[in-house]
Design a protein around this ligand. Structure first.
Ligand code: URA
Ligand code: ZN
Length: 393
Protein backbone atom coordinates (compact mmCIF):
# COMPACT_ATOMS: atom_id res chain seq x y z
CA UNK A 1 0.00 0.00 0.00
CA UNK A 2 1.38 3.43 -0.87
CA UNK A 3 0.48 6.48 1.14
CA UNK A 4 0.19 9.83 -0.61
CA UNK A 5 2.80 12.46 0.28
CA UNK A 6 0.94 15.15 2.22
CA UNK A 7 0.61 18.66 0.86
CA UNK A 8 2.17 21.08 3.36
CA UNK A 9 1.86 24.88 3.45
CA UNK A 10 4.90 26.33 5.22
CA UNK A 11 4.02 29.97 4.50
CA UNK A 12 0.64 30.71 6.02
CA UNK A 13 -0.13 33.43 8.53
CA UNK A 14 -2.62 34.41 11.20
CA UNK A 15 -3.20 37.31 13.57
CA UNK A 16 -4.61 35.82 16.79
CA UNK A 17 -7.35 37.85 18.57
CA UNK A 18 -5.05 39.21 21.31
CA UNK A 19 -2.78 40.66 18.60
CA UNK A 20 -5.70 42.24 16.70
CA UNK A 21 -6.83 43.91 19.94
CA UNK A 22 -3.45 45.63 20.20
CA UNK A 23 -3.68 46.87 16.61
CA UNK A 24 -7.18 48.21 17.28
CA UNK A 25 -5.87 50.32 20.16
CA UNK A 26 -3.07 51.98 18.14
CA UNK A 27 -2.84 55.38 16.42
CA UNK A 28 -0.07 54.53 13.96
CA UNK A 29 0.69 51.60 11.64
CA UNK A 30 0.41 48.68 12.18
CA UNK A 31 -3.19 49.51 12.92
CA UNK A 32 -6.74 48.19 12.58
CA UNK A 33 -9.32 50.90 11.76
CA UNK A 34 -13.06 50.64 11.14
CA UNK A 35 -14.57 53.07 8.61
CA UNK A 36 -18.28 53.87 8.65
CA UNK A 37 -20.32 52.06 6.02
CA UNK A 38 -17.75 49.32 5.33
CA UNK A 39 -18.33 45.67 6.22
CA UNK A 40 -14.86 44.82 7.55
CA UNK A 41 -12.34 46.98 9.42
CA UNK A 42 -9.08 47.63 7.58
CA UNK A 43 -5.71 46.28 8.62
CA UNK A 44 -2.99 48.73 7.61
CA UNK A 45 0.57 47.42 7.80
CA UNK A 46 2.93 49.00 5.30
CA UNK A 47 4.54 52.43 5.49
CA UNK A 48 3.34 53.20 1.92
CA UNK A 49 -0.21 52.78 3.23
CA UNK A 50 0.23 55.61 5.74
CA UNK A 51 -0.80 58.44 3.35
CA UNK A 52 -4.00 56.68 2.17
CA UNK A 53 -4.79 55.97 5.85
CA UNK A 54 -4.52 59.65 6.79
CA UNK A 55 -6.67 60.67 3.78
CA UNK A 56 -9.35 58.10 4.63
CA UNK A 57 -9.38 59.22 8.27
CA UNK A 58 -9.72 62.89 7.21
CA UNK A 59 -12.56 62.02 4.80
CA UNK A 60 -14.33 60.01 7.52
CA UNK A 61 -13.97 62.99 9.91
CA UNK A 62 -15.66 65.20 7.28
CA UNK A 63 -18.49 62.65 7.11
CA UNK A 64 -17.67 61.63 3.53
CA UNK A 65 -18.51 57.98 2.74
CA UNK A 66 -15.36 56.12 1.71
CA UNK A 67 -15.04 54.35 -1.64
CA UNK A 68 -13.88 50.80 -0.83
CA UNK A 69 -11.22 50.93 -3.54
CA UNK A 70 -9.58 53.97 -1.92
CA UNK A 71 -9.48 52.58 1.62
CA UNK A 72 -6.01 51.92 3.03
CA UNK A 73 -4.61 48.44 3.70
CA UNK A 74 -6.86 45.43 3.29
CA UNK A 75 -10.15 44.21 4.76
CA UNK A 76 -9.66 42.31 8.00
CA UNK A 77 -11.77 39.26 7.18
CA UNK A 78 -12.05 36.04 9.20
CA UNK A 79 -9.24 34.65 7.02
CA UNK A 80 -6.83 36.67 9.16
CA UNK A 81 -7.85 35.50 12.62
CA UNK A 82 -10.04 32.39 12.54
CA UNK A 83 -8.57 28.92 12.81
CA UNK A 84 -11.82 27.41 11.51
CA UNK A 85 -11.39 29.57 8.41
CA UNK A 86 -7.78 28.38 8.06
CA UNK A 87 -8.92 24.75 8.14
CA UNK A 88 -11.64 25.54 5.56
CA UNK A 89 -9.03 27.19 3.34
CA UNK A 90 -6.77 24.13 3.72
CA UNK A 91 -9.61 21.73 2.85
CA UNK A 92 -10.63 23.82 -0.17
CA UNK A 93 -7.09 23.69 -1.56
CA UNK A 94 -6.15 20.10 -0.67
CA UNK A 95 -3.63 21.21 1.95
CA UNK A 96 -3.09 18.49 4.55
CA UNK A 97 -0.80 20.33 6.96
CA UNK A 98 -0.11 24.02 7.64
CA UNK A 99 2.79 25.49 9.57
CA UNK A 100 1.24 28.67 10.96
CA UNK A 101 3.09 31.88 11.66
CA UNK A 102 2.16 35.27 13.04
CA UNK A 103 1.97 37.76 10.15
CA UNK A 104 4.11 40.89 9.86
CA UNK A 105 5.16 43.00 11.62
CA UNK A 106 5.08 40.37 14.38
CA UNK A 107 6.15 41.83 17.71
CA UNK A 108 8.68 44.26 16.18
CA UNK A 109 6.77 47.37 17.36
CA UNK A 110 5.73 46.19 20.83
CA UNK A 111 6.91 48.05 23.92
CA UNK A 112 9.88 46.27 25.47
CA UNK A 113 8.13 45.66 28.77
CA UNK A 114 5.15 44.00 27.12
CA UNK A 115 6.91 42.04 24.40
CA UNK A 116 7.78 38.98 26.51
CA UNK A 117 4.27 38.46 27.84
CA UNK A 118 2.64 39.11 24.45
CA UNK A 119 5.01 36.59 22.83
CA UNK A 120 4.09 34.02 25.49
CA UNK A 121 0.38 34.59 24.93
CA UNK A 122 0.60 34.56 21.10
CA UNK A 123 2.75 31.41 21.14
CA UNK A 124 0.51 29.57 23.57
CA UNK A 125 -2.45 30.62 21.38
CA UNK A 126 -0.77 29.01 18.36
CA UNK A 127 0.09 25.91 20.42
CA UNK A 128 -3.56 25.57 21.44
CA UNK A 129 -4.72 25.82 17.80
CA UNK A 130 -2.27 23.06 16.86
CA UNK A 131 -3.36 20.90 19.80
CA UNK A 132 -6.97 21.23 18.67
CA UNK A 133 -6.02 20.00 15.15
CA UNK A 134 -3.31 17.39 15.74
CA UNK A 135 -1.47 16.37 12.61
CA UNK A 136 -2.91 19.29 10.62
CA UNK A 137 -1.30 22.30 12.27
CA UNK A 138 2.22 23.17 13.48
CA UNK A 139 3.67 26.64 13.99
CA UNK A 140 6.63 28.97 13.83
CA UNK A 141 6.75 30.90 17.11
CA UNK A 142 6.95 34.71 17.40
CA UNK A 143 9.90 36.26 19.22
CA UNK A 144 9.83 39.32 21.52
CA UNK A 145 12.66 41.07 19.66
CA UNK A 146 12.27 44.34 21.59
CA UNK A 147 12.45 42.64 25.01
CA UNK A 148 15.61 42.55 27.16
CA UNK A 149 18.08 39.86 26.05
CA UNK A 150 17.33 37.51 28.96
CA UNK A 151 13.60 37.56 28.14
CA UNK A 152 14.27 36.91 24.47
CA UNK A 153 16.64 34.02 25.18
CA UNK A 154 14.20 32.55 27.70
CA UNK A 155 11.42 32.71 25.07
CA UNK A 156 13.61 30.71 22.68
CA UNK A 157 14.17 28.05 25.35
CA UNK A 158 10.44 28.01 26.13
CA UNK A 159 9.16 27.70 22.56
CA UNK A 160 11.72 24.99 21.78
CA UNK A 161 9.86 22.83 24.30
CA UNK A 162 6.39 23.42 22.79
CA UNK A 163 5.41 20.19 21.03
CA UNK A 164 4.01 21.70 17.82
CA UNK A 165 6.60 24.47 17.43
CA UNK A 166 8.96 23.85 14.51
CA UNK A 167 10.85 27.12 14.30
CA UNK A 168 10.43 30.87 14.68
CA UNK A 169 9.32 33.61 12.32
CA UNK A 170 11.67 36.56 12.20
CA UNK A 171 11.71 39.88 10.36
CA UNK A 172 14.81 41.26 8.73
CA UNK A 173 15.16 43.97 11.39
CA UNK A 174 16.36 41.52 14.04
CA UNK A 175 16.69 43.52 17.24
CA UNK A 176 16.28 46.76 15.26
CA UNK A 177 19.66 46.98 13.53
CA UNK A 178 19.44 44.05 11.13
CA UNK A 179 20.43 40.41 11.36
CA UNK A 180 24.16 41.18 11.03
CA UNK A 181 24.10 43.23 14.24
CA UNK A 182 26.63 41.58 16.62
CA UNK A 183 23.96 41.75 19.35
CA UNK A 184 21.84 39.43 17.22
CA UNK A 185 24.43 36.68 17.11
CA UNK A 186 23.68 35.15 20.54
CA UNK A 187 20.02 35.00 19.51
CA UNK A 188 20.85 33.26 16.25
CA UNK A 189 23.24 30.96 18.13
CA UNK A 190 20.52 30.06 20.64
CA UNK A 191 18.11 29.23 17.80
CA UNK A 192 20.74 27.15 16.03
CA UNK A 193 21.59 25.29 19.26
CA UNK A 194 18.00 24.22 19.92
CA UNK A 195 17.46 23.33 16.25
CA UNK A 196 14.71 25.89 15.54
CA UNK A 197 14.56 26.87 11.85
CA UNK A 198 14.17 30.62 11.27
CA UNK A 199 11.42 31.52 8.81
CA UNK A 200 12.81 34.84 7.56
CA UNK A 201 10.09 37.13 6.23
CA UNK A 202 10.15 40.73 4.95
CA UNK A 203 8.00 43.61 6.14
CA UNK A 204 9.88 46.90 5.77
CA UNK A 205 10.62 46.85 2.02
CA UNK A 206 12.82 49.63 0.65
CA UNK A 207 12.79 53.35 1.55
CA UNK A 208 9.64 55.00 0.12
CA UNK A 209 11.62 57.43 -2.13
CA UNK A 210 12.67 54.62 -4.46
CA UNK A 211 9.07 54.24 -5.63
CA UNK A 212 8.82 57.84 -6.81
CA UNK A 213 5.87 60.14 -6.07
CA UNK A 214 3.36 58.11 -8.08
CA UNK A 215 4.39 54.84 -6.43
CA UNK A 216 4.55 56.31 -2.93
CA UNK A 217 2.48 59.16 -1.58
CA UNK A 218 -0.23 59.28 -4.26
CA UNK A 219 -0.78 55.54 -4.01
CA UNK A 220 -1.39 55.30 -7.78
CA UNK A 221 0.39 51.97 -8.08
CA UNK A 222 -1.21 50.40 -5.01
CA UNK A 223 0.76 47.67 -3.27
CA UNK A 224 2.59 46.40 -6.35
CA UNK A 225 5.98 48.07 -5.93
CA UNK A 226 6.46 47.47 -2.19
CA UNK A 227 5.16 43.88 -2.26
CA UNK A 228 6.42 42.60 -5.61
CA UNK A 229 9.82 44.32 -5.45
CA UNK A 230 10.42 45.81 -2.00
CA UNK A 231 9.74 42.64 -0.03
CA UNK A 232 12.05 40.38 -2.10
CA UNK A 233 14.87 42.95 -2.10
CA UNK A 234 14.58 43.33 1.66
CA UNK A 235 15.05 39.58 2.15
CA UNK A 236 17.93 39.49 -0.32
CA UNK A 237 19.73 42.33 1.45
CA UNK A 238 19.21 40.83 4.91
CA UNK A 239 20.64 37.43 3.96
CA UNK A 240 23.53 38.97 2.06
CA UNK A 241 24.45 41.07 5.09
CA UNK A 242 24.33 37.97 7.27
CA UNK A 243 26.57 36.19 4.79
CA UNK A 244 29.08 39.07 4.54
CA UNK A 245 29.27 39.25 8.34
CA UNK A 246 30.45 35.61 8.36
CA UNK A 247 27.55 34.48 10.56
CA UNK A 248 26.80 31.32 8.55
CA UNK A 249 30.39 30.12 8.98
CA UNK A 250 30.40 30.82 12.71
CA UNK A 251 27.01 29.15 13.21
CA UNK A 252 27.02 26.06 11.00
CA UNK A 253 23.87 24.72 12.65
CA UNK A 254 21.87 27.86 11.71
CA UNK A 255 18.99 27.07 9.32
CA UNK A 256 16.93 29.73 7.51
CA UNK A 257 13.76 29.24 5.49
CA UNK A 258 13.55 32.26 3.19
CA UNK A 259 10.17 33.69 2.23
CA UNK A 260 9.26 34.21 -1.43
CA UNK A 261 11.91 31.80 -2.70
CA UNK A 262 14.70 33.86 -1.21
CA UNK A 263 13.63 37.19 -2.72
CA UNK A 264 16.05 37.72 -5.57
CA UNK A 265 18.86 35.67 -4.04
CA UNK A 266 18.66 32.74 -6.53
CA UNK A 267 19.07 35.20 -9.40
CA UNK A 268 21.72 37.38 -7.76
CA UNK A 269 23.90 34.83 -5.92
CA UNK A 270 26.40 34.71 -8.80
CA UNK A 271 26.73 38.49 -8.75
CA UNK A 272 27.18 38.51 -4.97
CA UNK A 273 29.87 35.84 -5.31
CA UNK A 274 31.66 37.79 -8.04
CA UNK A 275 31.53 41.07 -6.09
CA UNK A 276 33.10 39.35 -3.08
CA UNK A 277 35.87 37.90 -5.26
CA UNK A 278 36.60 41.31 -6.74
CA UNK A 279 36.66 43.31 -3.53
CA UNK A 280 40.30 43.41 -2.44
CA UNK A 281 39.49 44.21 1.17
CA UNK A 282 36.74 41.63 1.62
CA UNK A 283 38.34 38.84 -0.33
CA UNK A 284 41.24 38.51 2.16
CA UNK A 285 38.83 37.23 4.79
CA UNK A 286 36.27 35.75 2.44
CA UNK A 287 38.58 33.34 0.65
CA UNK A 288 38.85 31.22 3.78
CA UNK A 289 35.07 31.15 4.12
CA UNK A 290 32.34 29.29 2.29
CA UNK A 291 30.69 31.03 -0.67
CA UNK A 292 27.10 32.22 -0.89
CA UNK A 293 26.44 29.11 -3.00
CA UNK A 294 27.63 26.83 -0.18
CA UNK A 295 25.34 28.67 2.23
CA UNK A 296 22.40 28.25 -0.15
CA UNK A 297 23.13 24.53 -0.50
CA UNK A 298 23.71 23.82 3.17
CA UNK A 299 21.98 26.29 5.48
CA UNK A 300 19.11 27.81 3.55
CA UNK A 301 15.70 26.48 2.56
CA UNK A 302 13.44 28.36 0.15
CA UNK A 303 9.68 28.45 0.04
CA UNK A 304 7.99 28.06 -3.34
CA UNK A 305 5.94 31.27 -3.10
CA UNK A 306 7.14 32.77 -6.37
CA UNK A 307 4.02 32.44 -8.60
CA UNK A 308 5.81 31.29 -11.77
CA UNK A 309 7.76 28.27 -12.96
CA UNK A 310 10.50 30.59 -14.23
CA UNK A 311 11.29 31.88 -10.72
CA UNK A 312 10.81 28.42 -9.29
CA UNK A 313 13.40 26.94 -11.66
CA UNK A 314 15.89 29.56 -10.48
CA UNK A 315 15.12 28.70 -6.86
CA UNK A 316 15.58 24.98 -7.53
CA UNK A 317 18.89 25.53 -9.30
CA UNK A 318 20.16 27.92 -6.61
CA UNK A 319 19.32 25.63 -3.73
CA UNK A 320 21.36 22.82 -5.21
CA UNK A 321 18.71 20.78 -7.01
CA UNK A 322 21.12 19.25 -9.48
CA UNK A 323 24.08 19.13 -7.12
CA UNK A 324 22.21 17.24 -4.42
CA UNK A 325 20.40 15.03 -6.93
CA UNK A 326 17.04 16.13 -5.60
CA UNK A 327 14.85 19.08 -4.96
CA UNK A 328 15.25 18.72 -1.29
CA UNK A 329 15.29 22.31 -0.02
CA UNK A 330 12.14 23.86 -1.51
CA UNK A 331 8.79 23.93 0.29
CA UNK A 332 5.34 24.90 -0.97
CA UNK A 333 3.50 27.85 0.61
CA UNK A 334 0.46 30.04 0.00
CA UNK A 335 0.95 33.31 1.94
CA UNK A 336 -2.68 32.94 3.08
CA UNK A 337 -4.53 35.16 4.13
CA UNK A 338 -2.81 37.69 1.88
CA UNK A 339 -3.78 37.93 -1.80
CA UNK A 340 -7.43 36.81 -1.68
CA UNK A 341 -9.26 36.67 -5.04
CA UNK A 342 -10.73 40.01 -6.08
CA UNK A 343 -13.48 38.71 -8.32
CA UNK A 344 -14.51 35.32 -6.94
CA UNK A 345 -15.79 34.02 -3.62
CA UNK A 346 -13.13 34.08 -0.89
CA UNK A 347 -14.54 30.81 0.43
CA UNK A 348 -13.67 29.11 -2.86
CA UNK A 349 -10.35 28.57 -4.58
CA UNK A 350 -7.71 31.27 -4.52
CA UNK A 351 -5.75 32.06 -7.69
CA UNK A 352 -2.74 33.01 -5.53
CA UNK A 353 -2.63 29.36 -4.38
CA UNK A 354 -3.16 27.77 -7.78
CA UNK A 355 -0.46 29.99 -9.32
CA UNK A 356 2.10 28.54 -6.89
CA UNK A 357 0.83 24.94 -7.22
CA UNK A 358 0.78 25.25 -11.04
CA UNK A 359 4.34 26.61 -11.02
CA UNK A 360 5.46 23.43 -9.23
CA UNK A 361 3.61 21.17 -11.71
CA UNK A 362 4.90 23.08 -14.73
CA UNK A 363 8.49 23.11 -13.49
CA UNK A 364 8.64 19.54 -12.20
CA UNK A 365 5.83 17.58 -13.86
CA UNK A 366 2.31 17.11 -12.58
CA UNK A 367 2.25 14.30 -10.01
CA UNK A 368 6.01 13.62 -10.24
CA UNK A 369 7.98 12.54 -7.14
CA UNK A 370 9.90 15.84 -7.37
CA UNK A 371 6.67 17.86 -7.34
CA UNK A 372 5.42 15.82 -4.37
CA UNK A 373 8.66 16.60 -2.52
CA UNK A 374 8.21 20.35 -3.02
CA UNK A 375 4.48 20.23 -2.29
CA UNK A 376 5.03 18.56 1.09
CA UNK A 377 7.59 15.76 1.34
CA UNK A 378 10.46 18.15 1.99
CA UNK A 379 8.56 20.02 4.72
CA UNK A 380 7.63 16.76 6.45
CA UNK A 381 11.29 15.75 6.58
CA UNK A 382 12.89 19.14 7.28
CA UNK A 383 10.36 20.29 9.88
CA UNK A 384 9.72 16.81 11.38
CA UNK A 385 5.99 17.00 10.76
CA UNK A 386 5.49 13.27 11.33
CA UNK A 387 5.90 13.79 15.08
CA UNK A 388 2.40 14.41 16.44
CA UNK A 389 2.66 14.77 20.19
CA UNK A 390 -0.18 13.46 22.26
CA UNK A 391 0.83 15.24 25.47
CA UNK A 392 -0.34 18.70 26.44
CA UNK A 393 1.52 21.64 24.83
N1 URA B 1 2.27 39.01 2.49
C1 URA B 1 2.62 39.10 3.79
O1 URA B 1 3.01 38.12 4.40
N2 URA B 1 2.53 40.28 4.38
C2 URA B 1 2.10 41.38 3.77
O2 URA B 1 2.05 42.42 4.39
C3 URA B 1 1.72 41.27 2.43
C4 URA B 1 1.82 40.07 1.81
ZN1 ZN C 1 3.96 36.01 4.14
Amino acid sequence: MTSKTPVVDVHTHMYPPEYIQILESRDAIPIVRAFPGTADPRIVLLSTEMAPLKEAEAAAARGEPPATSSLPGRPLTSHYNSVAQKIHFMDTHGIDVSVLSLANPWLDFVDKDQAGSLAASVNSGFAAMCRAHPGRLYFFAALPVTAPADVLLQTIADVARLPFCRGVILGTGGLGRGLDDPAMEPVLAALADVGLTIFLHPHYGLPGEVWGPRGGTTGEYGHVLPLALGFPMETTIAVTRLFLAGVFDRLPKLRLLLAHSGGTLPFLAGRIDSCVRHDAHLWKAAKTRRSIWDVLHEQVYLDAVVYSDVGLQAAIAASGGVKTGGLDRLMFGTDHPFFPPLESDEQGEWESVSMNADAVSTALGDGSPEAAAVMGGNAVRILRLYEVPTDKA
